[in-house]
Unconditional design. Sequence first.
Length: 420
Amino acid sequence: MANKNLDPFSGGRTFVQTGKAELPELDKWQQIGEDEAAMAADMIRRNELSGGTPEVREFEREWREWIGTQFCITTINGTSALYSAFFGLGVGPGDEVICPVNTWICTIAPALLLGAKPVFCDIDPDTLMLDPADVEAKITERTACIVPVHLWGNLCDMDALKAIGAKHAIPLIEDCSHAHGAKYKGVMCGAIGDVGCWSLQGSKAVSAGEGGVLTTDNVDALERACLVGQVNRIQGIDLVRPKYEEHQPLGLGMKFRAHPLGIGIARVQFKKLNELNARRAAYIEAVEAGLADIPGLRPVSVYDGAERGGFYGFPAIHDPDEMGMPTAEFIDKAKQAGLRIGGTPYPNLHDLPLFAKGFDIFTRNRGPLCPGQGYTGYKPGDFPNAELAASRTVFLPRLSDPVPEAAGIVLDTLRSAAQA
């Protein structure tokens, strides 16, 4: 019998994350229903358990036609989709990759593991999106890629970023993990840059439990993405050119293939996305309109031509001076009143020891974050707009199928907390 005291997992916490409603009394949404269960059961009976099965291929066809790109592949998660995208565009040792400092670590982690150095940029504190002017200022001869991140379902200023990319001949990878269905001037996010990537993780608007998607019109990016992550599935993807034909079907031997059951579930969820986005948008817009009556609380800004989607979070901007109350106190009072709100859930990346101090990733004084190789790190104050945003952004309840009076209840509670 095993000695529990020697078991490293004894008493450990199991990580479970799903998209359950934040306020059950205000939200009728059930993320997973009988349709998803029936799809999974049918796929099991058909033994669609590995590789590029019919359901996987149908999902990829539907997704690329919806986004408006020529190619689409699925992966095990959004991080592996981004890894495939970076590799697809040739990002490697000695390169630099520009991304916002206020994103989730998985946006930039794949570039690190390809040997590229992260170059963080500040943000527009009112939209919370990547600041094009700071992107322009950070470009060097080593810049290999720019990663606009459409955080919380809002969209970056893609006109400005595309112009910068074109000016310097630098490709753009759109991280659309929060923004399923968002558009910019009528074009779906993910089809604006050179490559688009999505997460289908359990709390996303379209969920596979775990999964990812990559889309592109760039043939070389597609084929290299297949080489690095679609082992034993490459032949079935029908590579466009004979350039890599001799490497089929094993590629580089890495496997980022999505699990077919997850993609089958995501295919069911995908059919519900338009209605989900419509409900979330109507509720969020109703609350945002009512914030005009609450001094010191206002919506995030949206660029002209941007149409939000996915709505992974519901941020708003708090002004402690205008309200006469510190942001933390306002959040606490709203929580005491029964509203589930909070501060920024993502740490600014330059605050993490990994990036602030550096780290010898590959050991023996190697890697893009290695202090011994000249990495100087970051310090507080390097990104004043992102730091300001982190101190004053509050996240309101995001409801997916709200009861009719939900927006009014949320606004009344916020108003009471502000006046407390």
